[in-house]
Design a protein around this ligand. Structure first.
Ligand SMILES: Cc1ncc(COP(=O)(O)O)c(C=O)c1O
Length: 499
């Protein structure tokens, strides 16, 4: 047997359960829940199991197996020290229902994390509850909705998003029941203030925007955009997915934002992909703090016999905001992700600014290297920058529109060709405003050698003929799939029960 999928529920024994501690008569399982026949699970031995998972892992691609320049998803190296810290018994073995006096260490980490994020974002209060960026968006927009409801401003029914916004922005606002108003970007990819002025009015609840935007461009007019929205009584929401570019350099607070989410798993490292696992805390200005989901950690003077459990000269305790919208996640968010991200931040310390500077430097170096290598290979006319800019931020876009027109080679073809070269493909066809778009984000953790080699290999793929590229990838476990069919007909389960 090479792997578990070959083993169609064959009888046999892989593992013996320890004898039950309670006599069978005392284990009461309702008869409706008792199996009528044994489950058709594979029964295999430990070495077979290990082989299965090792086989599976070799079919996968991850940041640990190769360069992963997926724009907007920020796949940076996850230092192993994070894992060591997250596995410490004092952290890994605690149950979230334990009382505060058992949890002073964990709560102090939570408190430090909240505070660090507040300082970095220029916000007054952070909650670590949400477990993904998208959930953070939903949570923050719900807080703003509740804020307006309490002020009797129910007429604020619309949320403004630029056309370059990530899809989760309009989706989160729509889930809260808001009408979405999309405004076009200027031809240089930046926010169009006239278009914003034309739609901003007393029905505006929120404007959602990320800065640098999804083209990797800094929105230099952000203060003016904030003023336009605030002048009509609306709120500014910062999508923090691109925080990697600005940490320690500027902050959403300085740009006039009222609320922000952080994708901790992107900015501070945490293995993620395929929709998780992550952590998407949100931070808000003081006027929104009462609406946040709890529990939030607050510091207060020690009382009575708490002293014998305290680890600092203050007590860390849970607290529920008075008008909280309610919990958006069980327990205290994704504690493991928070701890790993805290470990990353602690290792960088005052160097967080350096982290962003390196992320921006790497992106700009790679952008120039791609053009340089394409030029050397005589294929520079196949790619153009996705947006005009002297300096991109932590990611950049290129358009393969010229390659499509002259050679019939699309961004998707190049992406598939890169898979055959041993790379994860960059993000394709996002943002939608760039034709045949490829969005590339190397992150701060990659070396110059890696960036140079990628640029050389990219130029090699540009030289491959169209017919070969249309058939790519040919080296991966799964060849080119019909993506629409795959998305519409998700099959995530081996059909053991069906044969
Ligand atoms: C700009 C932007 N906003 C929001 C999100 C959503 O974040 P998450 O994947 O953590 O839900 C992403 C994720 O790729 C993003 O790139």
């Amino acid at each position: 047997m090479s792997h578990l999928f070959d083993h169609h529920g064959a009888p046999g024994k892989g593992y013996s359960q320890p004898a039950p501690v309670l006599p069978a008569t005392e284990i009461s399982v309702p008869s409706s829940l008792v199996r009528k026949q044994a489950a058709r699970w594979p029964r295999i031995s430990e070495p077979e199991m290990v082989r299965h998972y090792t086989w599976l892992s070799k079919r996968n691609f991850g940041i640990d197996t190769g360069f992963y320049p997926l724009g907007s998803c920020t796949m940076k190296h996850n230092p192993r020290i994070n894992e060591v810290i997250a596995q410490l018994p004092g952290i890994a073995d605690i149950h979230p229902h334990q009382p505060e006096h058992h949890l002073q260490g964990l709560l102090s980490i939570y408190h430090e994390m909240q505070h660090m994020l507040e300082v970095c974002a220029g916000m007054d209060q952070v909650t670590l509850q949400p477990v993904a960026g998208a959930q953070g968006e939903f949570t923050a927009v719900r807080c703003i909705q509740e804020y307006f409801r309490l002020r009797g401003e129910d007429q604020r029914t619309k949320v403004i998003v630029p056309d370059s916004a990530h899809g989760t922005n309009p989706a989160s606002a729509a889930m809260c029941g808001f009408e979405i108003v999309e405004i076009p970007s200027r031809t240089d990819g930046r926010i169009d203030l006239d278009a914003l002025r034309a739609v901003a009015d007393e029905t505006t609840a929120v404007m959602m925007i990320t800065n640098p935007n999804t083209l990797g461009l800094f929105e230099a007019d952000i203060l003016e955009a904030s003023a336009i929205v605030h002048d009509v009584g609306g709120q500014m929401y910062y999508d923090g997915a691109n925080f990697n570019a600005i940490l320690g350099i500027t902050s959403p607070g300085l740009m006039g934002f009222d609320a922000v989410h952080f994708n901790l798993h992107k900015t501070f490292s945490q293995p993620h992909g395929g929709g998780g696992p992550g952590s998407g805390p949100i931070g808000v200005k003081a006027h929104l703090a009462d609406f946040l989901p709890g529990p939030i950690v607050k510091k207060r003077p020690i009382m009575g016999d708490e002293a014998k459990h305290a680890i600092e000269d203050m007590w860390f305790g849970w607290y529920e905001p008075v008008h909280s919208i309610g919990k958006v996640q069980q327990w205290h968010g994704n504690a493991g992700a928070v701890i790993r991200c805290w470990a990353y931040y602690r290792r960088y310390g005052n160097g967080l600014k350096t982290m962003s500077e390196h992320a921006v430097l790497n992106a700009n170096y790679l952008r120039h290297a791609l053009h340089r290598e394409a030029e050397k290979a005589g294929v520079s006319d196949m790619i153009v920058d996705g947006a005009e800019t002297d300096v991109a931020k932590h990611e950049f876009t290129i358009s393969l529109g010229p390659a499509k027109e002259s050679h019939g080679i699309s961004a998707m073809d190049i992406a598939k060709g890169l898979l055959d070269m041993g790379y994860m493909a960059p993000t394709v066809y996002f943002p939608l405003v760039v034709p045949e778009c490829m969005m590339i984000e190397p992150t701060e953790t990659e070396s110059k050698e890696t960036l140079d080699t990628f640029a050389e290999d990219f130029a090699k793929v540009l030289q491959v003929d169209a017919e070969t590229l249309h058939a790519a990838p040919i080296t991966t476990p799964v060849r080119r799939v019909d993506e629409v069919y795959a998305a519409r007909n998700l099959c995530l389960r081996h059909p053991y029960d069906e044969d």
